[in-house]
Design a protein around this ligand. Structure first.
Ligand code: GTP
Length: 595
């Protein structure tokens, strides 16, 4: 296909603003998917995605569209909508010349949409603002149109209004994509350079790599090279998705499609990397490549210790399709054998643990999420800590923690309560801007404060109206301490936490109180203590009880006695010993899962 008739675009939208529905309608109107094969959310393949209505992995689909007698090839590149995947978003945007900014006409712009819009503008994409769901009685197209033009300029009356549901306005939108999105430009005969914007593991075909040709061309059966590692592969198949994969004779300048090389692990085909041809290799890779870096860590433990090998196998399998997932074995006094896992963010963590539960039928305990701390001991040694139990003992010189630039969008009325919340989480106000009826608050905040139930508080304090986006902004020194929880003098590693000195007392009393309620009385008194180093900051006591199951049955009913003893033994199986203290597994789960 000639570059002049190619249009590469993506859709930027907040979750639930109707991106998938609109994409479905486009597939139908352009005849890409015949009516009889149409099913809702055609492009969202993963079950979890469909159930939760979120798009995790981006994909590209080619559609044909005629405007004024010319046949165009429209490549729609899907972008994930969540902050955890912002690197993947940036790579999908880099594969496009234009973006549809899709806004629910009954809701208005949300923080994530704003963040992705800014990103699209940085990439110099042509922005086509569109109001969606205009069929809804609650739609306020005039108000939302003004909100949009306040942001990006232009005339509110020129903003297209569509309904993905009824199809109204969708043909006009396709025409506008052709008219406004620039055709790709590049060096058609130069050395091949293709940017990887997605890489998906398929159990039948191995890794399917989605690329955008920036220069030159690639043909099937030729030797290709990954520029970040120099690794060589053979392009076994090259093709386009429309939306089912179709092999082609290659990809040329401006085209979007897929490559199959037979590799079995997405780590060999990394998002952001440049693919070139061995016969005439490019000398310079495309800009913007970085390795995915986990930001949030949590220990995953099987509830039933004998499931450990299954958990290992499951993680090995998930890793094939998820280049950002990291893990290493770890043991905990309280929880046994498990894995320390690194994630891009909280949603990523949730998705992985959900998949482990669902696809591998595993019952898991996850420890409280933690971030990466850099701890300098007084003797100058530096330790990187992703698990409170690795926190060095003895004198600490300083601790650095990761910071994020946070953008929160709330209706005007909630500004006060959200400022209180951010303050209590050590937020530092960077700026504040009115957007019609809503306010964008920008804070610098420790990531550690956000991974700990911040989002829940944000939602509950605003009746669900707040939206949040954040991006890393380096690290910063802070007055942090490790709080340990001790049962009868024994440390329970799973409950240790790294917190700000000002919150240490709160964390200590909360955990001690929680555990007093969760742990049953024993034959002896059990003190629960919270401590910073050797200094105890909070204490609770579980009083002793004489628990004698045989006390009730006097006389010689041996079979009844035996039954009771067996029952007690069974109950013990689900107990963990911490020192001399028996703790039911449920108590660990309940204490870790929070309020
Ligand atoms: P994510 O995949 O989570 O990003 O969501 P999405 O933006 O793809 O939203 P989706 O298309 O799943 O739509 C969200 C909800 O809005 C669904 O319940 C749709 O049925 C509904 N919806 C989408 N478009 C329209 C529309 O034009 N009109 C009306 N009334 N409802 C719509």
């Amino acid at each position: 296909t000639e570059p002049a008739v190619i249009r590469n675009f993506c859709i930027i939208a907040h979750i639930d603003h109707g991106k998938s529905t609109l994409a479905d309608r486009m597939l139908q109107i352009t005849g890409t998917v015949p009516d009889r094969e149409m099913r809702a959310q055609y492009l969202d393949r993963m079950d979890i995605e469909r159930e939760r209505g979120i798009t995790i992995k981006s994909q590209a689909v080619r559609m044909h569209w005629d405007t004024d007698g010319t046949a165009y090839a429209l490549n729609m590149i899907d972008t994930p909508g969540h902050v955890d995947f912002s690197y993947e978003v940036s790579r999908s945007l880099a594969a496009c010349e234009g973006a549809i900014l899709l806004v629910d006409a009954a809701q208005g712009i949300e923080a994530q949409t704003l963040a992705n819009l800014y990103l699209a503008m940085e990439h110099d994409l042509e922005i086509i603002p569109v109001l969606n769901k205009i069929d809804l009685p609650a739609a306020e197209p005039e108000r939302v149109a003004r909100e949009i033009t306040d942001l990006i300029g232009g005339d509110p009356s020129e903003i297209l209004a569509v309904s993905g549901k009824t199809g109204a306005g969708v043909e006009e939108l396709l025409d506008r994509v052709v008219e406004r999105v620039p055709a790709p430009v590049g060096d058609a005969d130069g050395p091949a350079r293709a940017m990887i914007f997605d890489s998906v593991y398929d159990s039948y075909r191995g890794v399917v790599t989605y690329v955008r040709m920036v220069d030159g061309r690639l043909a099937p059966r030729e030797k290709i090279q990954m520029m970040s590692t120099g690794a060589e592969h053979e392009a076994l198949e090259i093709g386009v998705s429309s939306p089912e994969p179709q092999a082609t004779q290659g990809l040329a300048l401006g085209e979007v499609g897929y490559l199959i090389t037979g590799v079995k692990d997405v780590r060999q085909s990394k998002v952001g990397d440049t693919v070139t041809a061995k016969r005439q290799p490019a000398t310079e890779a495309l800009p913007g490549y970085t390795d995915p870096k986990p930001m949030v860590f949590s220990g995953l433990y099987p509830l039933d210790g004998s499931d450990y090998p299954i958990l290992r196998e499951a993680l090995d399998k998930l890793k094939l399709s998820d280049a950002a997932l990291q893990y290493e074995p770890e043991t905990s006094v309280a929880l046994g054998f498990g894995f320390r896992c690194g994630f891009l963010g909280l949603l990523h963590l949730e998705i992985i643990s959900e998949r482990l539960r669902r696809e591998f039928d595993l019952d898991l305990i996850a420890t409280a999420p933690s971030v990466i701390y850099e701890v300098t001991r007084e003797d100058g040694g530096v330790v990187t800590v992703t698990n409170p139990s690795e926190y060095p003992d003895g004198k600490i010189g300083s601790v650095r923690e990761p910071m994020v630039r946070t953008a929160i969008l709330v209706p005007k009325d909630y500004v006060g309560t959200i400022m209180d919340l951010c303050q209590s989480r050590r937020g530092n106000l960077l700026g504040m801007e009115y957007l019609g009826e809503r306010v964008e608050l920008r804070y610098a905040m420790p990531l550690g404060e956000i991974v700990f139930d911040f989002f829940d508080h944000l939602k509950s304090r605003t009746q669900g109206y707040a939206s949040l986006d954040y991006e890393p902004m380096g690290d910063q020194e802070a007055d942090l301490v490790k709080v340990d929880i001790l049962l009868q003098g024994d440390k329970v590693d799973a409950f240790s936490a790294i917190v700000h000195r000002d919150s240490a007392y709160h964390y200590g009393t909360m955990m001690a109180e929680r555990l007093r309620k969760l742990i049953p009385r024993q034959q002896f008194e059990v003190p629960i203590q919270a401590a910073i180093g050797a200094r105890v900051i909070a204490r609770e006591t579980i009083r002793a009880i004489r628990k004698d199951v045989l006390a009730k049955c006097y006389g010689g009913d041996i079979s009844r006695k035996r039954k009771l003893l067996e029952k007690q033994k069974e109950g013990k199986k689900r107990m963990k010993m911490v020192g001399r203290v028996e703790v039911p597994q449920e108590a660990f789960i309940a204490a870790l899962s929070g309020d």
